[in-house]
Ligand binder design. Structure first.
Ligand code: HMG
Ligand code: MG
Length: 293
């Protein structure tokens, strides 16, 4: 085996991003089994669920039960997505020491997704900072390249959101290609701008693979020094408030890219495949994958 040229951080988002748009409610038992299989594969980070309004995302209404029932292994970071103070309180009550916030580079998407402007989402976050204290906090930015409602997004908006996250002390920022529309040139263009201001270690790429461009965009980002990527085992995923968004890049494909570049991931591929196959078999029983407006 050739010597590793470094390590890639993979954040597995399947249990949250992968499941949130599925209309048929998956049983608690199946969710727990799926997340335990992911744990067995030694992923270093798993985004387990979100603490959002159950009216908005009914699939994840059991977030507390899931969170307290899964087997947690030391050395694996388990994270919950939260939009506001209620979500943060519920995540803390459910035992999380790692959370992820989310906003968007597009006002229309922000309104559809969280019912507030970008500015108001940061007011919400500022009001939560005392409560999250020393927890690990990640910040997502959706629609950094394209928005399903506004089209192409200006990089200035992305830069301004990054600045706001940094002002809140957040040093882990995930750039979302929410509808998978970014091209390699667009990926390179935005990353060139961002990396002229900030270190590559600040960023992760969160690619949805709608048009099969995710692999090439990730390869370009790797070439430019990015070493952190979000993905879902089996490639499940999508945002219920982003019409046209399909699954995340699959963790399996991401591992292939890493292996072909001699970058290590620490993941057990056989176990990961088991987890991906398990959740796909559950979804295949009722693959009604709605994108609600
Ligand atoms: P709202 O309706 O504007 O909130 O929703 P509100 O403050 O007016 O409250 C309305 C009701 O919701 C109240 O209850 C609150 O208590 C309750 P009522 O008095 O009517 O009985 N409520 C909550 N309940 C549980 N958990 C909470 C919570 N907050 C309020 N956290 C809100 C605002 C943000 C809550 C709503 O818009 C929401 O839940 N949005 C979430 C949408 C979502 O989950 N989207 C998908 C995740 S983001 C994503 O997929 C993108 C990403 O993958 C990156 C990428 O791909 O780009 C991260
Ligand atoms: Mg997503």
């Amino acid at each position: 085996m050739p010597e590793s040229k470094g390590h890639v951080r993979i954040v597995e988002v399947g249990p949250r991003d992968g499941l949130q748009s599925i209309s048929k409610i998956i049983t608690l038992q199946d969710k727990i089994h799926y997340i335990n299989l992911l744990t067995d594969s030694r992923l270093s980070e798993i985004e387990v669920t979100s603490f959002v309004s159950p009216k908005w995302v009914p699939q994840l209404a059991d977030s507390k039960e899931v969170s307290i029932s899964i087997q947690k292994e030391s050395g694996i970071r388990y994270t919950a997505l939260v939009p506001n103070k209620i979500g943060l309180e519920n995540a803390i009550d459910s035992g999380y020491d790692s959370i992820a916030l989310f906003t968007a580079a597009s006002e229309s998407f922000s309104m559809k997704n969280t019912h507030c402007t970008i500015e108001d989402s940061f007011k919400r976050f500022a009001g939560m900072a005392k409560l999250w204290g020393s927890l690990n906090v990640r910040g997502y930015i959706s629609t950094v390249w394209h928005c399903p409602f506004e089209g192409k997004i200006n990089a200035k908006s992305v830069i301004s959101i990054i600045e706001k996250y940094i002002a809140l002390g957040i040093q882990d920022i995930s750039l979302g290609d929410t509808i998978g529309k970014a091209t390699v040139d667009e990926t390179e263009h935005l990353l060139t701008l961002l990396l002229s201001r900030w270190d590559s270690s600040l960023f992760s790429l969160h690619c949805h693979d709608t048009y099969n461009d995710a692999s090439n965009n990730i390869k370009k980002a790797m070439e430019m020094g990015i070493r952190s990527f979000d993905s879902s085992a089996g490639g499940i995923g999508g945002c219920p408030y982003a019409p046209g968004a399909s699954g995340n890049i699959s963790t399996e494909k991401l591992m292939d890219i890493c292996e072909s570049s001699n970058l290590s991931t620490g993941i057990n591929r056989d176990k990961l495949t088991q987890a991906g196959q398990f959740i796909q078999s559950i979804l295949a029983k009722d693959i009604e994958h709605h994108a609600k407006n």
